[in-house]
Design a protein around this ligand. Structure first.
Ligand SMILES: C[S@@+](CC[C@H](N)C(=O)[O-])C[C@H]1O[C@@H](n2cnc3c(N)ncnc32)[C@H](O)[C@@H]1O
Length: 227
């Protein structure tokens, strides 16, 4: 793990950023097992002219958005993840248009008031490097009046509530769905070393989120922009 100057949170953030750039296929193996709650997908508008997604990664959400938007702009800063995203999109033929482009929260390459839905999943945090207030302001700039800004799998509800975001969460047990038990153990060894023994004991390719010590992707915060 890289040295972030003694701050464990900085170390973790740096480690993820390095993973996105140096081992994008490994990230894809982990992310594709962490499926979003079906009701989170179901909550999103069913038909939008234009959807903008920030920090699209390898497309966990983008692959759902292309079924809902006539046009989807997927913004992702890490080149390796963009390549996998393009590959995943090319395999999913829905006849919708998706544009994959480089960009960061602080300067989204999209015109103002141009999207019906602006969404970020497991990306935005109050930290300036991961959006923060400038990033949220950019998402709102891009969203048209009456459109919706949605932060899926949010990590700081108080910060979003203070900025006028409402919260929705969906119930039910959720598991990380690895391809096999062997894959579950291997991924735990890399990403959740403290949970390896439990994952082995559990003996299934489906690993409940609490066993890994993470909150499941079952929630979102949203704001409808004033007309
Ligand atoms: C945990 S991944 C989530 C990816 C995807 N949204 C998903 O749910 O599978 C975080 C993503 O945010 C991107 N990211 C990190 N900092 C960013 C920034 N400042 N602006 C835009 N994207 C950023 C990373 O490159 C990575 O793709």
């Amino acid at each position: 793990m890289p040295d972030g100057g003694g701050d464990p949170q900085t170390d973790v953030t740096l480690a993820w950023e390095l993973l996105y750039r140096l081992e994008p296929e490994l990230y894809e193996r982990m992310a594709s097992a962490e499926k979003l709650h079906r009701s989170v997908i179901g909550w999103l508008p069913g038909a939008a002219d234009r959807i903008v997604e920030v920090g699209a990664g390898t497309g966990r959400l983008t692959l759902e958005l292309i079924k809902r938007g006539r046009e989807v702009v997927a913004i992702e800063p890490a080149a390796g993840l963009r390549q996998i995203l393009e590959r995943n999109l090319s395999r999913a033929d829905h006849g919708y248009r998706a544009h994959v482009t480089a960009g960061f929260f602080d300067d989204l390459p999209v015109a103002s008031d141009s999207a019906d839905l602006v969404v970020a999943c497991s990306v935005l945090t109050p930290a300036p490097g991961h959006g923060g207030d400038p990033g949220l302001a950019e998402m709102e700039r891009v969203c048209r009046p009456g459109g919706c800004v949605a932060v899926i799998w949010p990590n700081n509800l108080g910060w979003l509530a203070a900025r006028g975001y409402e919260y929705v969460t969906f119930p039910g047990p959720m598991s990380v769905e690895f391809a096999s038990h062997c894959e579950a153990v291997e991924m735990a060894e890399i990403f959740y070393p403290g949970a390896v023994a439990e994952v082995r004991r559990h003996g299934s390719r489906r690993v409940p989120y609490p066993l890994l010590g993470i909150n499941p992707p079952r929630d979102l915060a949203f704001k409808v922009m004033a007309r």
